[in-house]
Design a protein around this ligand. Structure first.
Ligand code: NAD
Ligand code: UDP
Length: 340
């Protein structure tokens, strides 16, 4: 019986890129996704890129029956857990939905793994767990805090994983704290496809460039940053995917592990720098208006990347222009496919 990596949320944005990276590293992938924020057509796109269609089960991580079937029907070496909800504002409006998906869902998954004796787990955490930075760059030992249910849910799962590891130290766990994933696969075949009005900067900018949206609102130009706009550590999603493959390799080579590591580039760019870079890529002018600060936003945030380099031998390779080029290629491909 051949063995698989189970990728929950594998038809989503980061999960689909990681699936391709896993396949290209020689792994077989089984995706479990309830398609609440993705389309089954992503499987065709993955197959077109890698030449291999991942196995797919449409199902929910909160469904114990589905999970039992997955672990019974497949030999699973490790689980990469992307499935969850991720919109901060929505999490304030619907906290129970967020705790149910992100916390209860993770508990169900971990229980099913424990029963099946699968103990290698890679978790999608976020730099949001650092709260408002007390110093920069953010090292993994920076104090943790959260101000919204989404952030709480990530912190809670991080703690559950630490407790689990303390109770049974033959677990191999990586808690990966992503900074700001952007861009798309260089093929233009997979990328981020937000429903409705994008919350995040880059998908919004891309839609202004295609004319889908009239102008960008820049949330605040009075932060204590070089140009007054918010600064973030944007990381190309293919670099992020490669970071997962490196984390998996590290865990599979360890007898016991609880690794907590930043996945970022270590470089911060402002909103206006990102807009300028996208203008260069798309050869369009991105209209924007300065708007009030968005509640809950921090001024600046970027990663200390030393631990990732030392433990995983991984370092992000792609710069801001490649992020914009690939986001633009995907946006044009995706936008033209959506037209009647
Ligand atoms: P995404 O919405 O594109 O992908 C998540 C996938 O999970 C979707 O395909 C969705 O259909 C599926 N899903 C959701 N709930 C499910 C459930 N209960 N059962 C089965 N499938 C379910 O999101 P993404 O950007 O790829 O994010 C992946 C993970 O990374 C999430 O956990 C997110 O919190 C985390 N993360 C994302 C970012 C970011 O900016 N994109 C930053 C930090 C952390
Ligand atoms: N931002 C903006 N306009 C938008 C969306 C985002 O000015 O329409 C800014 C936001 O205030 C922050 C940066 O862009 O400074 C990145 O925001 P995003 O929502 O993409 O990621 P976050 O860091 O908040 O998770």
């Amino acid at each position: 019986m051949s063995s698989f990596i189970l990728v929950t949320g594998g038809t989503g944005y980061i999960g689909s890129h990681t699936t391709v990276a896993l396949q290209q590293a020689g792994h077989q992938v089984l995706i479990l996704d309830n398609l609440s924020n993705s389309s089954v057509s992503v499987l065709d796109a993955i197959a077109a890129i890698s030449g291999q269609r991942p196995d797919f089960i449409e199902g929910d991580i909160r469904d114990a029956t589905v999970l039992a079937r997955v672990f019974c029907d497949y030999r699973i070496d490790a689980v990469m857990h992307f499935a969850g909800l991720k919109a901060v504002g929505e999490s304030v409006q619907f906290p129970l939905r967020y705790y149910d998906n992100n916390v209860h869902g993770s508990l169900q998954l971990l229980s099913a793994m424990q029963t099946a004796n699968v103990r290698t787990f890679i978790f999608s955490s976020s730099a949001t767990v650092y709260g408002d930075p007390q110093f920069l760059p953010l090292t993994e030992d920076h104090p943790l805090s959260s101000t919204n249910p989404y952030g709480h849910s990530k912190l809670m799962v991080e703690e559950i994983l630490a407790n689990l590891y303390q109770s049974e130290d033959y677990w191999r766990i990586a808690r990966l704290r992503y900074f700001n994933p952007v861009g798309a696969h260089s093929s233009g075949l997979i990328g981020e496809a937000p429903q409705g009005i994008p919350n995040n900067l880059m998908p919004f900018v891309a839609q202004v460039a295609t004319g889908t949206r009239e102008h960008l609102q820049v949330f605040g130009n009075d932060y204590d940053t070089p140009d007054g706009t918010g600064v973030r550590d944007y990381i190309h999603v293919q670099d992020l995917a490669d970071g997962h493959v490196a984390a998996l390799k590290h865990c599979l080579n360890s007898a016991s592990e609880l690794l907590t590591v930043n996945l970022g580039t270590g470089i911060g760019y402002s909103v206006l720098e990102m807009v300028k870079a996208f203008e260069r890529t798309s050869d369009t002018s991105i209209a924007y208006k300065i708007a009030p600060r968005r509640p809950g936003d921090i001024a600046a945030c970027w990663a200390d990347t030393l631990l990732a380099e030392q433990t995983l031998g991984w370092k992000a390779q792609k710069g801001i222009q490649e992020m914009c080029d690939d986001a633009w290629r995907w946006q044009r491909h995706f936008a033209s496919r959506e037209k009647p």
